[in-house]
Design a binder for this molecule. Structure first.
Ligand code: UD1
Length: 448
């Protein structure tokens, strides 16, 4: 059994070893990749496991930094999190010593806020750090807080912390969001599972990871139903039990590798890929002329006949699921540099999710950024290796894709951000024939 880590009262930023990826491009990727479990499901499943004192067992959990950070956060508050073998986590939240989620957790990961709903509904109170502020724009949590208030919670905000109390039990209610929020939906849903009465959440996020969480909750004895595509209804229960669950495959990782094949003119088959979760991306690839073959649990991209430089330009716009995922916007944008003509990008979900393109320009991409939500890409471009810096995980993976297609060698500084969400990314690329290595940088960074 893993020893709980000492509790951190004060936030002392820990230096993170700084890494870079060194990539020599120009090799077409060929082979098969097995897609890992979804980060955006695993983190919420770990949070959901604190809804019961019984043991929960999660398999196909990706071995990534964010999962480690969530596990450490759970251990800090007294939850036993075992990791008996790779990709398997066992969580027992029989005793929770501290109903306090510190700034240390929030600084590492916005998803630490996913502990608000489950801790509040099970224990009746929690003090939780505000995770606001992220490298991809202002990312408030007002919708989460309003949802808890709708369920009867009393929440005050002081010195960067939310002090949340649920006098008696939370009460079932109608939770109406002004627009769709993935984690807002999930937090409301987790809170409602142990509330007194019936909850309706609308509009509810439709991401496959939300449905994976619903499956797990129902295995735990909850009563959660998606009664229409954008409505989730929950009948509160007095208690939940332990359950086993296998994490759904990561559609963002699958999409990233699919685009890597298209970028390099290779042929890659993704195993454990849910094509049905990738409809919007498959449509974009199809409109560009990229050959995609969807199987039952596989997806193959074959760019050996029609390849980089020959794709058709297109207009993409991100949207909540089933639209094109904002997390797939950066890799798709990289691919647009290989289309012959002018493409446009509308990033509709987040502010500042296009800033990384300034780095892509250093590799020769012809990109205009008229405002924070729009970009124009003129192609095709022969990308050339460069020294680039990344500050978020999806941008990081995307610059690796650009480097794989570029002539010469690129160094992608800030590569440790990629570890937050991609399991063994360089090993997977090496297996496909890429020339990539992870290197330690001399200096180190401290998280914000
Ligand atoms: C989740 C995903 C993230 C993905 C995003 C959108 C996880 C761990 N992360 O993030 O990878 O990019 O969905 O698909 O699952 N907003 C508010 N107030 C709130 C909450 C959100 O204004 O309280 C805004 C956000 O700033 C954004 C929009 O709502 O503009 C949608 O964000 P949301 O769906 O909540 O994203 P996350 O759940 O944080």
């Amino acid at each position: 059994m893993a020893e709980p880590r000492p509790f951190v009262w004060e936030y002392v930023p820990q230096p993170i070893p700084r890494e870079a990826f060194r990539v020599t491009g120009g090799t077409a990727l060929h082979g098969t990749v097995t897609v890992a479990g979804a980060k955006n499901a695993a983190l919420k499943l770990l949070a959901a496991a604190v809804l019961t004192g019984e043991r929960c067992r999660l398999t196909n959990v990706p071995e990534i930094e964010d999962v480690r950070a969530m596990s450490d956060t759970l251990r800090d508050i007294g939850v036993v999190v075992d990791h008996p073998q790779p990709n398997t986590y066992e969580i027992s939240a029989g005793d929770v010593d501290w109903l306090f989620v510190p700034l240390e957790a929030a600084a590492k990961m916005r998803s630490s806020f996913m502990l608000l709903g489950p801790l509040l509904t099970r224990f009746g109170e929690v003090i939780i750090s505000n995770p606001c502020g992220d490298r991809i724009g202002r990312r408030p949590v007002d919708l989460h807080v309003d949802a808890m208030r709708a369920l009867g919670a009393d929440i005050t905000y002081r010195y960067g912390y939310y002090y949340a109390k649920a006098p008696g039990r939370l009460r079932g209610a109608t939770v109406t969001f002004p627009f769709v929020s993935v984690m807002g939906t999930e937090n409301a849903m987790l809170a409602a599972t142990l509330a007194d009465g019936h909850t309706v959440i609308h509009p509810a996020a439709q991401e496959p990871e939300v449905d994976d969480l619903i499956d797990f909750l129902n295995k735990m004895g909850a009563d959660v139903q998606r009664t229409s595509p954008d409505t989730i209804e929950v009948e509160g229960r007095k208690r939940l039990r332990g359950a086993d669950h296998r994490v759904v495959p990561d559609r963002i990782e699958a999409g990233t590798f699919a685009i890597a094949a298209a970028m390099t003119g290779g042929r890659v088959t993704l195993e454990s890929a849910r094509c049905d979760h990738l409809d919007a991306l498959v449509q974009v690839l199809g409109s560009m002329g990229v050959v995609v073959d969807c199987g039952r649990d596989t997806l193959t991209v074959d760019a050996t006949e029609v390849g980089p430089g020959q794709y058709r330009p297109t207009a993409i716009e991100t949207a909540p699921y089933p639209g094109l995922a904002t997390d797939l916007q950066p890799p798709t944008s990289v691919l647009l540099t290989q289309a012959s003509g002018r493409s446009t990008i509308h990033e509709a979900i987040f502010e500042d999710r296009l800033e990384w393109m300034i780095e892509l320009r250093k590799m020769g991409a012809a990109i205009e950024l008229p405002d924070a939500h729009h970009a124009i890409v003129d192609g095709p471009t022969s990308l050339a290796g460069a020294d680039v810096e990344i500050s978020d995980l999806r941008a990081g993976a995307s610059l690796i894709l650009a480097a794989l297609a570029a002539s010469g060698t690129s160094t992608i500084h800030g590569g440790h951000h990629v570890r937050r969400g991609y399991e063994n990314i360089e090993a997977k690329f090496l297996d496909l024939g890429a020339n990539i290595e992870r290197v330690q940088e001399e200096d180190s960074v401290t998280p914000p």
